[in-house]
Write a new protein. Structure first.
Lengths: 245, 579
């Protein structure tokens, strides 16, 4: 499995953000990670990326434990956070060169050119982050993630700040990477996006996984059968939010 | 709007206090608060008590009056003249009033609200009162006074002065904005205060020149008496009147006399406030400018002036991981500080120093050369001792990017070493330049010193400087890794008693730790010097310096390896953003 999470738990002081979570994502699989605010999605993704240390449990990327063998695990993954953190003094092109150097990417010029074109950033090579809109900065973060051949891609709200054309392009990009064999874990509140491009969905609530499976599997689950086959209806049912509606 | 302002102030103060009290449950804040409180007590309140005791034993007279305080206490004329100078300088210096620096929340909530721009300024003025009152109280404690009433008088007078100056500089900022932005007709009202201040400076300056022409003052009392006489009547007195009105409460005796003087000072404050509030359009411009700087996205404010200039630094496609940080931090420094300045400043300093030194030597002006020498030595000392505290282009500045750094496939020790590399190289470069300047000046300042002695000392300094600088960066990296919550991110300056205590502990800890790192090097070098000096003489200081630097380098390298696992365990949630 490209991503293997086993009994993962993460606490912040007295608060347990993620509790006893176990799941896996295989190569070529695009898995949606959804849940209400505070469910533990971002904590899970940040722990997978090596930013947060698990309080207990194991996170493995291509068999490499993120705590015990962090360098090998990190070489294989690319994390695209929801908030685009860029170095204020480096241009778009310099960000790509920096990433290429860190991950030993050969032929960076050609890769960068293709990516910038794909993400509609051509002409912005020499722009600093301060000169870019939020959506463009988001695209730069994504370009840095895609410039290397990562086997595991982690997206946290990848469409935030993008315009309709950018959203369409990003959807195509994610699907293309999945078809190319990358394991993709994507967190989003846009349920129609998850429904459209993900082959499987993990629903989290209050730090725990409350549902995990393909849409067909979830729809056929006895306790969810009455909810309907729509992801939104399933989501509301499993998280207990469908009572008011 | 006034009620809304008071509501914001009351709620903010209450909640800030609540947050700070809650934070004290954590040992790191509690220790910081205790140290901060102790510092405040021993710096101000203990001083206050000892002064009162001293004053009692001397029959009420204040025995610690310094020449400066004697000068200031001798009359309001001198203080008023100083206020005038400050008011004039305010137009020249390119600083904007903090009163127009609206917070993001103020922009989001108050700008779209149906309130006038004038109300917004009044709101900002009200919000600044707490800080101004605190400053006034601290100043009343610091300034020598024989009675508690004297301190209260000082506190009230200082509060009026500080508030007036805050309002005045807001007016200056607004007027400057109009001068730079509007058309000719709109500029005219903004020119009036400049003309008034310029006239006041000219008239007062002329009176003072006349008072001192041909006869320098015999002592401080004579100087004060002549200033008072020159400014006590005529046109100079009239021009200086608003400043005198502000200064008088500082000197008025307690009672009716003080009440009258404070009433006049408040009158000056009211007129200044009316001047600031009179042009709604200028306020609108300033408010819009503030909104443009801060609204929406913080990045706009922080990076707007940066240009993507070529720096001359290129990142090789492969190499040691430390090189990535050297390049990244180098680009940051050069783009933030100006590539051109760095490119031309170094040769200019070297050429100017060499030329000056030669000229001073030829003219036999040893005093001037000695001053140049001392300045260069002072720069070297500053670089060696305080440079790493000031130049923060290391792990401290990258705490804001810690989540990004943590995703990079790099050994933590390499990250720490890499973050130290650029600022160390930069400071060592500056220090070496200063040593070279000192060396050049020394030829003219101390011609009798032998060349070998000169070269020996300079070489030792050149060799030791990297040890001092890198040792400090190691300690600062350790402090960042071990106590990330105590390290301010970017340009943040955490406030509060606990933050002050934390800074003091950090400063003390860094100094002690640096001594601990350098000591083994100093011992090694010292032993080598003792052995070699008997054989080769003074030149033994060079191998001793090499031994010291090598020892420190080994300790620093080992230190980065020890810090590596700690960096890996460092929790991003322990990095806190200031309030």
């Amino acid at each position: 499995m490209a991503i293997a999470v086993e009994r993962f738990r993460r606490t912040y002081g007295d608060l347990t953000a993620v509790d006893d979570v176990t799941f896996s994502v295989g190569a070529g699989e695009i898995v949606g990670l959804i849940g209400p605010n505070g469910a533990g999605k971002t904590t899970t993704l940040r722990s997978l990326a090596g930013i947060l240390r698990p309080t207990s449990g194991h996170v493995r990327i291509d068999g490499h434990d993120i705590v015990d063998d962090p360098l090998e695990a990190k070489r294989r993954l690319a994390f695209m956070p929801d908030e685009p953190h860029l170095f204020e003094y480096l241009t778009v092109e310099e960000h790509l060169r920096l990433t290429a150097r860190l991950y030993n990417v050969a032929n960076v010029d050609e890769r960068a050119r293709v990516l910038l074109e794909e993400l509609e950033l051509s002409g912005k090579e020499n722009a600093l982050p301060g000169e870019l809109s939020r959506g463009m900065r988001q695209k730069v973060v994504i370009a840095c993630g895609l410039v290397r051949s990562a086997t595991t891609l982690l997206f946290d709200e990848p469409l935030t700040g993008l315009d309709p054309i950018g959203i369409r392009k990003m959807r195509q990009t994610i699907v293309a990477r999945g078809r190319g064999g990358a394991a993709i874990l994507l967190s989003s509140h846009l349920l129609h996006l998850v429904e459209e491009i993900c082959s499987r969905v993990i629903i989290m609530d209050r730090g725990r996984i409350v549902a995990d499976g393909t849409f067909a599997e979830l729809a056929s689950r006895a306790d969810l059968a009455a909810a309907g086959s729509n992801l939104e209806q399933i989501f509301l049912r499993v998280t207990g939010r469908d009572v008011a509606g | 709007m006034l009620s809304a302002s008071l509501y914001i102030m009351a709620c903010s103060a209450r909640n800030r206090l609540r947050v700070r009290m809650r934070r004290l449950r954590e040992p790191r804040y509690l220790v910081g608060a205790i140290v901060g409180a102790a510092y405040l007590y021993f710096s101000f309140f203990a001083r206050l008590r000892s002064r009162s005791a001293l004053s009692r034993t001397r029959g009420g007279a204040d025995g610690r009056a310094t020449p400066v305080s004697q000068l200031l206490q001798s009359g309001s004329g001198i203080v008023a003249a100083l206020f005038l100078v400050g008011a004039a300088i305010g137009w020249i210096l390119p600083f904007n009033s903090a009163m127009l620096d609206f917070s993001d929340a103020e922009i989001a909530f108050l700008f779209p609200a149906p309130v006038t721009r004038r109300s917004l300024i009044v709101h900002r003025l009200l919000r600044s009162q707490l800080g101004l009152l605190f400053t006034a109280v601290i100043m009343s404690i610091v300034f020598p006074a024989s009675t508690p009433f004297g301190r209260v008088r000082w506190a009230i007078a200082m509060w009026v002065i500080l508030t007036t100056s805050r309002v005045y500089f807001t007016g200056v900022t607004l007027a400057r904005g109009r001068l730079l932005g509007d058309g000719g007709r709109a500029r005219q009202p903004a020119l009036v205060p400049i003309a008034v201040i310029a006239a006041a400076v000219a008239v007062v300056g002329r009176a003072l020149i006349a008072a001192f022409a041909g006869a320098p003052p015999a002592n401080i009392r004579d100087l004060a008496a002549r200033v008072e006489a020159a400014l006590g009547s005529g046109a100079a007195h009239a021009m200086l009147w608003p400043f005198l009105a502000l200064a008088r409460p500082l000197f008025a005796p307690w009672g009716l006399s003080f009440a009258i003087s404070i009433a006049w000072a408040l009158g000056v404050l009211a007129v200044t406030l009316a001047w600031v509030l009179q042009t709604d359009s200028a306020l609108h411009e300033a408010a819009a400018h503030a909104a443009a700087r801060r609204a929406g996205d913080r990045r706009t404010r922080s990076v707007a002036p940066i240009k993507a200039r070529a720096t001359g630094l290129t990142l090789a496609p492969a190499g040691r991981p430390e090189g990535v940080f050297f390049w990244k931090n180098g680009v940051q420094t050069l783009r933030a500080g100006g590539v051109t300045m760095v490119r031309y400043l170094v040769p200019l300093v070297a050429i100017a120093t060499a030329a000056t030194s030669v000229a001073l030597g030829a003219l036999r002006m040893r005093g001037g050369a000695a001053a140049g020498f001392m300045t260069a030595v002072a720069v070297t000392m500053f670089v060696a001792i305080l440079g790493p505290q000031v130049v923060r282009t290391d792990l401290r500045s990258d705490l804001a990017h810690l989540d990004t750094l943590k995703t990079w496939p790099l050994r933590a020790a390499d990250v720490i070493r890499g973050e130290m590399l650029w600022p160390s190289a930069m400071l060592v470069g500056i220090g070496w330049l200063a040593i070279a300047c000192a060396m050049m000046f020394s030829f003219a300042a101390f011609p009798s010193v032998a060349l070998t002695g000169r070269v020996t000392v300079a070489s030792a300094a050149v060799l030791l400087l990297p040890a001092f600088v890198t040792a400090q960066y190691l300690v600062l990296a350790a402090a960042t890794v071990l106590l990330p919550a105590w390290v301010p991110i970017g340009d943040q300056r955490p406030r509060g008693l606990d933050a002050m205590g934390q800074r003091l502990i950090m400063l003390f800890g860094v100094l002690v730790s640096v001594i601990g790192i350098i000591l083994p090097g100093a011992i090694t070098g010292g032993i080598l010097w003792l052995v070699l000096s008997r054989i080769v003489g003074d030149i033994a200081i060079i191998p001793a310096a090499i031994a010291c630097t090598v020892t420190v380098a080994i300790i620093v390298a080992a230190g980065t390896e020890i810090l590596g696992p700690l960096f890996d365990q460092m929790d991003i949630t322990s990095v806190e953003r200031a309030e």
